[in-house]
Ligand binder design. Structure first.
Ligand code: NDP
Ligand code: 2IT
Length: 450
């Protein structure tokens, strides 16, 4: 960026921060996009004249609502629910729901903002949205989770619909929660309408949707490495998290002959230097998805090392896949990763890398796959679930996986097209931001001023 461009972008961000105090995650997400797309905006006076960026950072609407429910002891609980419908220029709103005590408006806004560009990159007609609640499903009985989901949907149902807004899962919202949410939606509207994705296979879900984010993340890493004639096979991989995204990232890596040596949860991480195999992964899936246990139990069961209160970035590895949450790789972590011989980092989670950590990785020449591109496989297969629901058909595993692979390849190509540097390297952050932005901006321009 030139100095003038830089100062205009800076002033834009200052205005944003002034208008949205206390939304640090949102500011971080916007700053990264603005840095990438500002030169494009200045090159296209029609974007500037139409105020595209000012309009993009203001959600179409942000809904906040009370969720009242009774726990098993008969006590009344009150949580806050959100749905931020950010932008529907290219398709109905689409994006997950997060149930986690850290959920605030600023978190939902950062996720919804990122979703606009991610969904655009998939090439499917999906706008950007996100929602959730500060409800913590941890330690709650199935009956409590069901009552919470029913109370949450009692308000949300009036804002969503198959052609309006189609939520799905995210942290704390998996198969069980989507089932209860779908049941509640059906009950409240009296219609069987696919207003959610991530549904169970028995009621309109898609094969490969559970695996899609993790598999897609590894396909993206393969594409980045493949461009340099490298591969994931035989490489030592650090994975964080042990939820949906982490476990299917690990599964695909293991299938491709990589050595996955870490998994984590919010209590700590396990280090298994020999690497996980299919059997150990199946054990963790059962631990996490059925028994809802802690990752420390892996270390007890398989006699591996457990590091309480720590993240896995210091143990040395060539490929890193942060798959837990935002800002889980900070500057010190990035230095440790570089020191440990990192070649590539691929974001399974949304915005897991801080801005300063990204600077460290980019300065060290680490290949960096940003979440908007690298974790787009999940929402892409959600889009394919919508297609199947519209057709009233179910595609085979191979069909969905093939389409997922093709979508990720196409996203990689888009990133290279918009992110290639003069030295032949690729700035995937710029590539993903610009690639996702241009289509949305053109659609907004074509549709007039709203
Ligand atoms: P899950 O709830 O299945 O798993 C989340 C994992 O991350 C758990 O291991 C959890 O540990 C850990 N975690 C969550 N919050 C924190 C925290 N504050 N600090 C440390 N660890 C934490 O969620 P998903 O796997 O679905 O989501 C993981 C990431 O991937 C998120 O960033 C999400 O936005 C992103 N994503 C998800 C997609 C999807 O389709 N599900 C699609 C694209 C991106 P613990 O159990 O201790 O809380
Ligand atoms: O962050 C994400 O892309 C998701 N949580 C998935 C959204 C979706 O609609 O499948």
């Amino acid at each position: 960026m030139t100095a003038t461009t830089n100062s205009r972008a800076h002033a834009f961000l200052e205005r944003l921060v002034g208008r949205t105090p206390g939304e640090a995650d949102f500011h971080q997400a916007v700053a990264e996009v603005v840095e990438s797309v500002w030169p494009v905006i200045e090159d296209r006076p029609e974007f500037l004249e139409a105020g595209i960026l000012e309009r993009l950072v203001e959600p179409d609407r942000a809904i906040s609502f009370r969720v009242t429910w009774r726990d098993d002891a008969g006590r009344v609980n009150v949580n806050r629910g959100y749905r931020v419908q950010f932008n529907n220029a290219i398709g109905p709103y689409k994006g997950g729901l997060r149930f986690h005590p850290s959920v605030r408006l600023g978190v939902v806004k950062f996720l919804g903002f990122e979703q606009i560009f991610k969904n655009s990159l998939t090439g499917l007609p999906m706008g950007g949205a996100k929602g959730g609640s500060d409800f913590d499903p941890k330690g709650r009985s199935d009956a409590e989770v069901m009552r919470f989901c029913q109370a949450f949907m009692a308000e949300l149902y009036r804002h969503i619909g198959k052609d309006a807004d189609v939520p799905a899962g995210d942290i704390g919202v998996g198969a069980r929660e989507i089932g209860y949410l779908f049941g509640a939606y059906k009950h409240l509207t009296g219609r069987w309408e696919p207003a959610l994705t991530g549904k169970g296979l028995a009621y309109g879900g898609s094969l490969i949707r559970p695996e899609a984010t993790g598999y897609g993340c590894v396909y993206f890493a393969q594409a980045m490495l493949g461009r340099l004639g490298h591969s994931v096979e035989g490489r030592t991989c650090l994975v964080s998290g042990s939820g949906n995204v982490a476990l299917y990232t690990a599964e695909k890596l293991v299938q491709l002959g990589a050595r996955v040596v870490t998994l984590s949860d919010s209590d700590g991480f396990v280090h298994d230097p020999e690497g996980l195999d299919e059997e150990r992964l199946a054990w963790v899936r059962d631990l996490k998805f059925r028994r809802r246990g802690r990752i420390r139990e892996y270390a007890e069961h398989f006699r591996s090392a457990y590091h309480p209160g720590a993240r896995p970035w210091g143990v040395g590895g060539e490929l890193a896949f942060p798959c837990a949450t935002q800002n889980e790789v900070d500057e010190a972590d990035a230095r440790a990763l570089v020191q440990g011989g990192l070649e590539a980092l691929c974001e399974g989670a949304n915005m897991p890398t801080t801005a300063r950590a990204l600077d460290v990785l980019q300065a060290a020449g680490v290949l960096f796959g940003p979440g908007k591109a690298a974790n787009a496989g999940g929402v892409a297969v959600s889009g394919l679930e919508q297609s199947q629901n519209s057709q009233r058909l179910t595609w085979t595993r191979a069909e969905v996986d093939g389409r997922l692979c093709a979508i990720i390849q196409a996203i990689h190509t888009t990133c290279v097209r918009h992110g290639e540097r003069v030295d032949g390297g690729v700035d995937y952050v710029r590539g993903a931001n610009v690639g996702g932005f241009v289509k949305v901006a053109e659609a907004m321009l074509a549709q007039g001023l709203y």
